[in-house]
Design a protein around this ligand. Structure first.
Ligand code: BGC
Length: 884
């Protein structure tokens, strides 16, 4: 049987003190005691680069809102044979069926295989679908309603294509390093902003009857070295994937935080990531899966691997994995860690039946939880080709049939996409009201490759793996095919022509002479520039997924300089996947306005035109910091392996200090701070009131007690003859099956170390009642964490002459020596008429005021004085009050 040790030895250690190490002798938590690292709970001694074992894998109980889905799942799973159960857990292999991932079917009960399909911006690999703005744009809206609406629209498109699981949204990467290739798929480096928009998206998707898959859990903060075979393709010789070495405090207060929100919101599937966490692969890391996700957060859905992210059979099963995708060990190997090997492992008792049953219950409960029993339709597309006819089993070239019905699933979503595009456009600079434009400017000139078409067409580069033309979508599996892409050039031209004006554009960034000539004629010059990034399997211009730097691409800086040197009304529009360096643009007097438009999707041009021409008054805020220098972020990626041929080690020594928290700590002034964004009107803030609801003195009750024993569903025949390849089934080459090729288990397992169970972790097969964790108690963690302790209100007044939207932001200082100066804890986007005021109301929960206590393994409120701030950005906080 194939299985590897689920954790390896430590290589480096992390030096950041936890926020519980007070530095002086007074304990920050009144009731905390500090024994000498001999806690009875092994997880209390989390060392940064060693992941402590935690077994057994918690079995789902139907907690929270999950009771009825669990009841239905129990009825279903009770009827299954062993191989039918294994089928649910194991993908059929890469390109084995029509979706990017599919598990085995249960034809006897009419259960078709589940279709798992990318991406976080729509339905990938098909046609007649929409391309929505990226997660980073949703973050920039600071608008919960838009996040939900987008989730629902995307979910509905998945539903109509026959997809059961949408592989998104993303909260990992969170955005530790600004160069991170996939940061745009997620939301923001701020865990609260991400947590809220992540949870809203999940609920939106699931409201459409589709299972959301939150990914990538966890520590997936860079593309470099995320998988060793991929790294080998780039010439790096490493035995194992990069290890994200994250201490217990940072894990809780930063990277796990948004996942807690999603679990609380009912997320029904979570994808474990490629990387290692503290030197244990995320998909077989018992601390991450068993202890944190299923134990502490009481997660009731299933855990699925990232594609090819499984590294052991029994090891991953006992460490809490529930589904392997695409099912084969390596793409098209025809081998699986599970499939027949899982059948063997259950028959010989290495994986207890309760663990397999729990995998199945979680998968089927997820299906019922979102209403798949009513929403499921036959799959009508194919991920591997848009041809109408082709092979059902693409890789094996078998089963030629109708595979693409080209169903148009877009509905009215273009309007929403356009709306989110403009609602996420951040106005960074607007000297002398240069914007909005009237459309009646005498001569409008547009510059930049980023304004125009990709000469190969909007989908000309597979998975958007190039930076040609306007950047409507970044690259990788997080993309989708455009139905069309409205370029800024087209939209602005339409605007000008409707006013009978003069419009000319140059989309070659290097046409120096022509650019100078046109700039000298323009009454307004709009310069489009970009910076792209994506997933590690594609390299664009030497960027292996992650960006190599934070500068503009394709000569963008030279373009801006050339135009702005001549035209004193130069407006810069930036499309980028994340932060970038702005040189002197913020102070250059010829640059009259700067806009950040992110990765806006198919309606890009219309969205930006709405803002430029004032149909939409910008209200978005930066979801990250724009710093003056790359070093100001205080974090960076690892670009060169640092551990010989061993797993590269990335120590997250900055702890919770990423993005604005890092600049605040170092007293570094950014160019534009987190949360910053202008409007065409102005706002004033007043009247902060803090109402004590429960306050900080109330008790917080750690969860005690224990789980019921692990249930099993149905009985499993021990007769190996029952599990041979059925005579009435046609064998498809490379397909992953649950069947045995021998009645002798040791032969069926085809492994030289069959029978050697010395690596099976202690307690991992134990299905008896287990103690509950103090920070657990309901999906999302101890329910008292979400008790409202204070209610904050403030007034915002529109002091300008046009209607506008303002995002009120609530920050908190926890006051401890290791706490960030301030942390975002809540926000609300309000729409206000000129001269009118609106009321801002925000709750502060217990979690908002707590730190993670590594010894108690629970949240606790420190004795330090806490302050609440309300304002319009992380550096403009006119209102404040001390919490009593
Ligand atoms: C990516 C996932 C994606 C999966 C399936 C992986 O390479 O990391 O985000 O869902 O492929 O396409």
């Amino acid at each position: 049987m194939m299985w590897l040790a689920p954790f390896a030895l430590l290589v480096t250690s992390l030096v950041r003190p936890s926020s519980q190490q007070d530095g002086n002798t007074t304990a920050p938590f009144p009731n905390a005691t500090y024994p000498n690292a001999t806690s009875p709970n092994p997880a209390a001694a989390v060392n940064a680069s060693f992941s402590p074992p935690y077994y057994p894998a918690p079995w789902g109980t139907g907690a929270g809102e999950w009771a009825s889905a669990y009841a239905k799942a129990q009825v279903f799973v009770s009827q299954l044979t062993l191989t039918e159960k294994v089928n649910l857990t194991t993908g059929v292999g890469w390109e084995g069926e029509r979706c990017v991932g599919q598990n085995g079917a249960i034809p006897r009960l009419g259960f078709r295989s589940m279709c798992l399909q990318d991406s976080p911006v729509g339905v990938r690999d098909t046609d007649y679908n929409s391309v929505f703005p990226a997660g980073v744009n949703v973050a920039a809206t600071f608008d919960r309603g838009l996040a939900y609406a987008r989730g629902q629209a995307m979910g509905s498109e998945h539903q109509m294509k026959g997809s059961d699981v949408q592989l998104g949204p993303v909260a990992g990467p969170l955005g530790r390093a600004p160069e991170g290739g996939r940061n745009w798929e997620g939301f923001s480096p701020d865990p609260v902003l991400t947590g809220i928009q992540f949870a809203q998206t999940v609920q939106g998707i699931q409201s459409a009857g589709v299972i959301a898959c939150g990914k990538h859990y966890i520590g997936n903060e860079q593309e470099h070295f995320r998988q060793s075979p991929e790294a080998a393709g780039y010439g790096y010789d490493i035995s194992d994937a990069v290890s994200a070495n994250i201490d217990d405090v940072t894990m809780h207060e930063l990277y796990l935080w948004p996942f807690a929100d999603a679990v609380r919101a009912g997320i029904a599937s979570i994808m474990c990531s490629y990387n290692q966490v503290n030197n244990s692969y995320a998909c077989q890391n018992s601390h991450m899966l068993n202890y944190l996700l299923k134990g502490e957060l009481d997660y009731q859905g299933f855990v699925v691997t990232d594609w090819q992210g499984q590294h052991s059979g029994v090891g991953s099963a006992l460490a809490g994995l529930d589904m392997t995708m695409p099912g084969d060990t390596l793409f098209n190997s025809g081998q699986s860690y599970w499939g027949a090997n899982l059948t063997v492992a259950v028959l010989n008792g290495t994986v207890p039946q309760w663990r397999l049953d729990d995998m199945c219950i979680r998968i089927i409960a997820a299906w019922y939880y979102v209403g798949r029993d009513n929403a499921s339709i036959p799959i009508n597309f194919d991920a591997w080709t848009t041809d109408t006819y082709g092979y059902q089993h693409f890789f094996a070239k078998e089963g030629y049939t109708l595979i693409n019905e080209h169903v148009d699933v877009r509905q009215e979503h273009a309007d929403l996409i356009r709306q989110i595009g403009s609602a996420s456009t951040v106005l960074l600079k607007n000297t002398n009201n240069a914007l909005p434009l009237t459309g009646k400017e005498k001569f409008t000139a547009v510059f930049g490759d980023d304004a125009g078409d990709n000469p190969y067409g909007p989908n000309g580069c597979p998975d958007r793996g190039c930076d040609n033309g306007t950047l409507g979508m970044a690259w990788g599996s997080g993309s989708a095919n455009f139905p069309y892409l409205v370029t800024p050039e087209t939209a602005i031209q339409n605007e000008i022509l409707s006013n009978n004006g003069v419009f000319q554009s140059i989309t070659n960034n290097f046409a120096g002479m022509q650019i100078q000539q046109l700039a000298s004629q323009a009454s307004v010059a709009i310069v489009f520039v970009n910076a792209d990034s994506g997933e590690g399997y594609i390299t664009v211009d030497g960027n292996e997924g992650d960006r190599n730097n934070l500068t503009l691409w394709d000569g963008g800086d030279v373009l801006i300089q050339n135009v702005s040197a001549i035209c004193n009304n130069t407006i810069v529009v930036i499309h980028s996947t994340g932060p970038l360096l702005l040189g002197n643009y913020s102070t250059n007097p010829n640059i009259t306005a700067i806009l950040w438009a992110g990765i806006p999707g198919e309606q890009s041009g219309n969205s930006i035109a709405d803002v430029l021409y004032g149909r939409v008054n910008p209200g978005a805020k930066l979801p990250f910091t724009l710093a003056e220098a790359r070093e100001d972020y205080g974090t960076d990626l690892l670009y060169i392996p640092n551990n010989g041929e061993g797993a590269p080690q990335v120590a997250f020594t900055e702890g919770v200090f990423i993005d604005y928290r890092a600049l605040d700590r170092a007293n570094v002034t950014p160019v534009y701070e987190f949360g910053y964004g202008l409007s065409y009107t102005t706002f004033s803030y007043s009247n902060l009131q803090v109402k004590t609801v429960l306050g900080m003195n109330g008790t917080y009750t750690p969860t005690t007690g224990s789980t019921p024993p692990a249930p099993t569903y149905g009985t499993i025949s021990n007769n190996t003859a029952d599990y041979q390849f059925p005579s009435n089934l046609t064998y498809v080459p490379y397909y992953i099956y649950p069947y045995l090729n021998s009645t002798t288990l040791s032969i069926a397992a085809n492994s030289s170390d069959y029978g050697d169970n010395s690596d099976v972790p202690p307690n991992s097969q134990n299905g008896s009642s287990q103690p509950l964790l103090p920070a657990s108690g309901a999906p999302g963690g101890n329910p008292e964490l979400y008790d409202v302790l204070y209610e904050v209100t403030a007034t915002v007044t529109n002091t300008g002459s046009i209607a506008g939207e303002e995002v009120l932001q609530l920050y908190i200082s926890l006051g401890g020596p290791y706490d960030p100066k301030i942390m975002l804890r809540n926000f609300e986007r309000l729409s206000i008429q000129p001269g009118m005021s609106a009321a801002f109301t925000a709750d502060i929960t217990r979690r908002d005021l707590s730190n993670w206590d590594t010894v108690a393994q629970n949240w606790a409120i420190s004795r330090y004085t806490k302050t609440v701030y309300v304002g319009s950005s992380s550096r403009k906080l006119p209102l404040s009050a001390t919490l009593s």
